[in-house]
Ligand binder design. Structure first.
Ligand SMILES: O=C[C@H](O)[C@H](O)[C@H](O)COP(=O)(O)O
Length: 332
């Protein structure tokens, strides 16, 4: 990645601010140290053929990060759910432990991906090792969940070897009051969507920070894209009002390549997503898109781990939303 000073110099010297359109490279320069985080910019710009993205979109892409916006959005209905990392981990553990109580002997279990789903896999492994449930098999949604399943003693089978899934446990990045989700923070949303959507019961496990009044105000929609089709897909996503960013790896130079061998584009919708079902379909209609992270009408149950003072509780989403509304009414 170019050193910070060089990037700042590049932005200043291009005089790009004030023009109504800029190249993808210009956009990347502007946002590189903030949220766009595009590495190997010159390489991408060559490959993408100077994709044009509006300055409005660039400004939106550099909007404040998840935490502030989430808190800001939730403030309309509820007190701010500030949680430190260890509290959040405790909540994830608590909801994972509660969720696996739904597993009965003989069940086929969908194993989601991410930090919360990982805890559910571990808790399921404990139930199996304690003989509390027998003949349970898992269907993994990623390398991560398959490896964890092996580590914690949960036997896995291939999705094509089973004709149903009894219950799937998965995390989410954002959840609205109608149980619509944004997933894919770990780039596993394609396999997750297949598994979650066929589960007789898809149970989403979250802590209270994931509940939002409207999807997309803070978290981008992850889109898995065929490498071959990257440039036209990016243009089409801009056409849908999105601000796309190719996801880069953290401890590898270059882009994230999914378990299925594709790239991931995170698409911000700075005004939020008013009609998630329509957007999910529109994105998936773009040739070259494999799948996107909007999960609409897939979750059957959302369990929310909450913290109030020293009290931890696991509640269903509807009850959590109702408690937010009544807290708001009391405070006004
Ligand atoms: O691709 C990853 C998944 O969709 C995750 O389930 C999602 O990002 C939530 O992850 P976490 O439980 O780590 O917040």
């Amino acid at each position: 990645m170019a050193p910070a000073g060089l990037l700042e110099h590049a932005v200043a010297s291009t005089g790009i601010v004030g023009s109504s359109q800029m190249s993808f490279q210009g956009l990347a320069r502007l946002g590189a140290r903030k949220h766009l985080n595009l590495i190997s910019l010159q390489k991408w710009d060559q490959q993408l053929g100077g994709l044009k993205i509006s300055l409005h979109a660039a400004a939106a892409a550099t909007a404040p990060g998840r935490k502030n916006l989430t808190l800001g959005a939730l403030a309309a209905t509820a007190p701010a759910p500030e949680l430190d990392a260890s509290t959040q981990d405790n909540l994830k553990r608590a909801v994972a432990r509660k969720a696996v109580e739904l597993v009965k002997s003989g069940m086929i279990v969908g194993l989601g991906t991410g930090s919360t789903a990982s805890m559910a896999i571990e808790e399921l492994g404990k139930l199996i090792s304690q003989n509390k449930v027998k003949d349970v098999v898992g269907v993994a949604t990623s390398y991560q969940s398959r490896v964890l399943a092996r580590q914690f003693g949960v036997k896995t089978v291939d999705l094509n070897d089973v004709n149903h899934i009894d219950v799937a446990f998965d995390g989410a990045d954002e959840v609205d009051a109608s149980m619509n989700l944004i997933k894919g923070g770990g780039a596993a949303h394609t396999m997750e969507k297949v598994v979650d959507s066929i589960a007789k019961q898809c149970v989403i496990l979250i802590d209270q920070t994931k509940v939002v009044p409207e999807l997309g105000l803070t978290f981008p929609v992850p889109v898995e894209v065929l490498q071959f089709a990257l440039s036209p897909v990016l243009r089409a996503l801009v056409g849908l009002g999105g601000v796309p960013e190719i996801r880069n790896a953290l401890r590898k130079d270059g882009p994230v390549i999914t378990d299925l061998g594709n790239m991931v584009v995170d698409v911000r919708f700075p005004e939020g997503i008013k009609n998630p079902a329509e957007l999910e379909n529109k994105i998936n209609m773009i040739p070259g898109v494999i799948e996107n992270g909007l999960f609409i009408n897939i979750a059957h149950k959302v369990l929310v781990a909450t913290k109030d003072g020293d009290e931890t509780a696991i509640v269903e989403l509807a009850d959590f939303v109702a408690s937010l509304k009544s807290a708001k009414e009391v405070s006004t």
